[in-house]
Design a protein around this ligand. Structure first.
Ligand code: SF4
Length: 109
């Protein structure tokens, strides 16, 4: 994802998004690298730990809405989740049992 896209999705300024991104980078949840489609641009990528925000949560339901733009689901807020909007560092995250975690990760394998 790009910083500008993230800012627009969250309805915040690019400067505010940049501050949040720096915090997530420092926590090891995001990393910056060259964008695959534009070598001059920087893109943001989830680290393994960043991807595990929602995927290890008991409220996360992988692929509950198959074929939809937001195929996943958060049972806490009762709303669909697209891959791009999976949460990192979510304060409501409650660890799921190991079998549920494995099932969620298989969807992304
Ligand atoms: S509570 Fe947070 S971590 Fe859990 S599924 Fe919902 S958004 Fe993701």
């Amino acid at each position: 994802m790009r910083l500008s896209w993230l800012a627009s999705q969250l309805s915040i300024s690019a400067a505010s998004a940049s501050v949040s991104v720096l915090a997530l980078v420092s926590k090891g949840l995001l990393y910056k690298a060259r964008a695959e489609d534009d070598g001059r641009a920087t893109a943001l990528f989830l680290t393994d730990e960043g991807v595990a925000a929602c995927l290890s949560c008991q409220y996360f339901e992988a692929n509950r809405h198959p074929g939809k733009p937001a195929p996943h689901h958060c049972g806490l807020v009762i709303a669909p989740l697209s891959v791009a909007l999976l949460r990192m560092d979510c304060p409501e995250q409650v660890p799921a049992d190991p079998a549920t975690r494995r099932r969620n990760w298989k969807v992304f394998a």
